[in-house]
Design a binder for this molecule. Structure first.
Ligand code: TXA
Ligand code: MG
Length: 300
């Protein structure tokens, strides 16, 4: 599938799955309520939680939101990249209210993956895109994952190879004091260093923190966390030098572990056995890795 053809499909209101450096996204024209509604239908999402709008650059972002100094700093340092910013909508923004779920703010992101950037440039408009997986399942980090989960429900899938970051973007709310809304592919420490201040955490009023349905990232198999060894019948997902069935990173590299996390879960899940997971340290990307593991392990 060529990029021009994919952009044309988006213009016609169809759904196009595309690679980003975080996870594969299920894209639709963010100005079309009908196109955005089709995202929810394809994913089988039970509720209309707000979606991230993808743009080719920070200049385009300023067409939709009231920009701020903090936004400028973060965009300058980390866009394109695995960071989404939540900012107040600007009057006349033109986005479908289904994208924002009726909120006065919107989440924006400028992805880095070359295929995503070329698609956004060819399309020339805002693309709403959640992860391209059926609701409640593990996020896709390869085109194969997308085909398996949603293949029959979307118009096209662009293949850009495996995602290099492998975790959804970090989401920072800038509609008040800078706040961490979702840990993700950009380490909190880097964001705080750039802003010169700590991020607030915890829930604020209005919408609960993003992607927060507990079983959001769930595999079929049960998951036991912080395991030092596998019990009888369990598969062990390791971290660091150890004996295990699959290792997130034998050298204990958190970047490598993040990039491999969802793929390892997909692979283990296909083996239909309970999964034990070794401890992953809570620094850098370990925060987001542990967040996704907790969700995958949550009872449902
Ligand atoms: O890496 C990513 O962010 C991927 C790729 C495809 O870009 N996208 C992604 O989208 O993870 P999604 O829909 O799975 O997650 C978007 C999250 C939602 O959980 C939502 O709660 C939060 O962003 N969000 C969106 N708009 C928001 C807003 N105005 N205020 C607070 N949270 C918002
Ligand atoms: Mg998702």
């Amino acid at each position: 599938m060529g990029l021009e053809r994919a952009a044309q499909l988006l213009r016609g209101g169809a759904l196009v799955a595309f690679p980003t450096e975080t996870v594969y996204g299920l894209g639709a024209d963010a100005r079309s309520g009908k196109a955005v509604a089709a995202i929810y239908a394809a994913k089988g999402r039970p509720s209309f939680n707000p979606l991230i709008v993808h743009l080719p650059d920070a200049a385009a972002a300023q067409d939709y939101v009231i920009w701020s100094e903090a936004a400028g700093r973060l965009a300058c340092a980390f866009w394109p990249g695995p960071l989404s910013l939540v900012l107040p909508l600007r009057p006349g923004h033109g986005l479908s209210s289904l994208v924002t779920a009726g909120l006065p703010t919107v989440a924006l992101r400028v992805p880095q993956s070359p295929v995503a950037r070329r698609l956004l440039q060819a399309f020339g408009g805002p693309v709403a895109a959640p992860s391209a997986n059926p609701s409640g399942r593990i996020s896709p980090t390869t085109a194969d994952h997308v085909v398996t989960g949603l293949g029959d429900r979307i118009a096209a899938i662009l293949d850009g190879g495996p995602c290099t970051v492998g975790l959804e973007s970090t989401i920072v709310g800038l509609d008040g004091a800078p706040r961490l809304l979702r840990a993700g592919g950009l380490a909190v420490e880097e964001i705080e260093a750039c802003l010169g201040q700590r991020l607030e955490t915890g829930h604020h009023t209005g919408i609960t923190a993003p992607g927060q349905m507990l079983s959001h990232y769930a595999p079929n198999a049960s998951l036991r966390l912080n395991a030092t060894r596998a019990a009888l019948g369990e598969l062990l997902l390791g971290f660091g030098p150890m004996d295990c069935d699959i290792n997130l990173s034998a050298s204990g590299d958190l970047l490598e572990a993040a990039a491999r996390l969802f793929d390892c879960l997909h692979t283990l899940d296909a083996m239909n056995k309970p999964i034990a997971v070794a401890p992953v340290p809570m620094r850098g990307l370990g925060l987001a890795i542990n967040d996704r593991l907790r969700r995958a392990a949550a009872p449902r």
